[in-house]
Design a binder for this molecule. Sequence first.
Ligand code: SF4
Ligand code: SF4
Length: 376
Amino acid sequence: MVYREFGKTGEKISSLGFGCMRLPEKEIGGKKVIDEDKALPMLMRAYELGVNYFDTAPYYCNKNSEMAVGKALKSVRDKVLISTKIPMGDECKDKGHLRRCLEASLKKLDTDYIDFYHFWGINQDCFDAQIMGMDLIGEALRCKEEGLIRHISFSFHDKAEVIRHIIETCPYMESMLVQYNLLDRSNEEMLAYAHEKGLGTVVMGPVAGGRLAAPKELYKKLTGTESATSYELAFKFVLGNTNVSCALSGMQTIEMVEKNVRVINEGAHISEDEWRGLADAMAELKKFAQLYCTGCGYCQPCPKGIKIPKIFEAYTYHNVYGLSELAKKMWEDYQSKEDCAGIDTCVNCGFCEKKCPQKLAVREELKRVVQVLDRL
Ligand code: SF4
Ligand code: SF4
């Protein structure tokens, strides 16, 4: 296992982290519970193979994940870094919310302290109104002084530039957890910024929620060879970025743990030149995609409810990235949604074409694209 400096926290973190949101479950009396016979040895196996960062949260696995993580890692508690989260938004009514949630997590994890305590899935409103406005950050600092939290962190779901606002406003954040992968590089610049400011950076979704796990076509398109799967490529891309400390994977079986560790050990750590080559190749593909539909949404709302960018996006995954299975699934999802109208409802008003900065013949293209998607 390769370990990296975790920002300025003084910790060394394994480059593969365990995302504990999909632990194996079973049903007892109609209720879903963790299948401990499978989950506990799997977590321990990951530890034995060098994984030292375990990320859980109060609601994962029907609220059972924290308990399983605490139980599995009890005997090695001082050798691992446990991360959990405080739910924000509507649930947070006062600053006492932090201590209540923290105490509940400590109890479930059966531990005296949390290594990385995350404000969970925050956006700018939540940061301004709750973390700063209601002084949850002050409460977190008190808990830190009491030794209940070792490091204060946040996980993030908003526009990338909000990360700068958070880090500039609040100097107490020590690490962050954000989405980043080959298909979604929107946080790339902010990962560099956070790294420069001394935060540890953990990436979720390195294989794009499984979307990059299957097809080889993407790797072939990017590198011209078939020597690796796009799954490996996805890890190489994420960990080839030196601003990333750790990539989280939501592992579900011992085989998956062993496979991921193997992928990481056998060279997910590529040189900066190789990484740049991949990033450039990806940008080339994207440029080609952007000539087509940028997803800007100016053609919306279509008066009939045709979600034009969604249809074109599914086509792009097939046509540009070679991710045909994903495109098929996206198209099936689209067709199953009530608020996504079919193109047969188009009344030829022409609004979309007037608005499209790419000057696309939207109506003609929709017909062509839908024929392709229907055949996948
Ligand atoms: S031309 Fe058709 S697709 Fe375009 S905005 Fe009008 S109804 Fe929607
Ligand atoms: S306006 Fe044009 S480029 Fe923008 S999302 Fe619609 S079709 Fe795509």
